[in-house]
Design a protein around this ligand. Structure first.
Ligand code: IMP
Ligand code: MG
Length: 177
């Protein structure tokens, strides 16, 4: 099998940094002095989370989840955590941080799973959203960029077969047959 190759540069690092600053400003407005629990989805959201939290100006704690990927046909609410949350979420304001939303199925199931902890609120943030092909219930409160391509993307924490997470920009990826 041949290695995946980087294609077109989609979001250079300065554009990502500017947008992360705007997302942080929006969260700072919404949360002001209210404490929140950030729940980031491993592994793709780690770089985004690291840049984001350093610009937040309200008291926060950080936790992580890791979700097993299922094929299509998984019922809503059915979700297996490889790593579940460790901090108590009851009556807390929770901010979910993810890298990229495609169909929205993962985030919808994650939100349902987090709701069972009876948080005060759940706000969802993703750096990228693929333009929806089908109309699904909205799952995102804050989006960094609306992805205009169907190509697989990688960089800035996002992988293609575990590669390219270290890149400071986001690229389209070509996966030769
Ligand atoms: P969804 O459940 O269809 O929204 O899938 C979202 C998940 O699929 C993301 O959290 C990513 O882990 C993965 N994913 C979707 N598109 C890409 C991509 O272009 N590059 C890397 N991962 C992706
Ligand atoms: Mg993911």
């Amino acid at each position: 099998m041949s290695e995946p190759q980087l294609g077109r540069l989609l979001y250079p690092s300065d554009r990502i940094a500017a947008r992360v600053g705007e997302i942080a400003a929006e969260l700072n407005r919404r949360f002001a002095q209210r404490p929140a629990v950030m729940v980031a989805v491993l592994k793709g959201a780690t770089v985004f989370l690291a840049d984001l939290v350093r610009r937040l100006r309200f008291p926060l704690t950080v936790d992580f989840v890791r979700i097993a990927s299922y094929g299509a046909g998984t019922k809503p609410g059915e979700m297996r955590f490889i790593k579940d949350v460790e901090l108590p979420l009851e009556r807390r304001d929770v901010i979910v941080v993810d890298d990229i939303v495609d169909t929205g199925a993962t985030l919808a199931r994650l939100r349902q799973a987090l709701e069972t902890h009876h948080p005060a609120s759940v706000t969802t943030v993703a750096l990228l959203r693929r333009a929806p092909k089908r109309r699904l219930p909205p799952v995102l409160d804050i989006v960094g960029f609306e992805l205009e391509t169907d190509d697989f993307v990688a960089g800035y924490g996002i992988d293609c077969a575990e590669r390219f997470r270290e890149l400071d920009a986001i690229y389209a990826v070509r996966t030769p047959e």
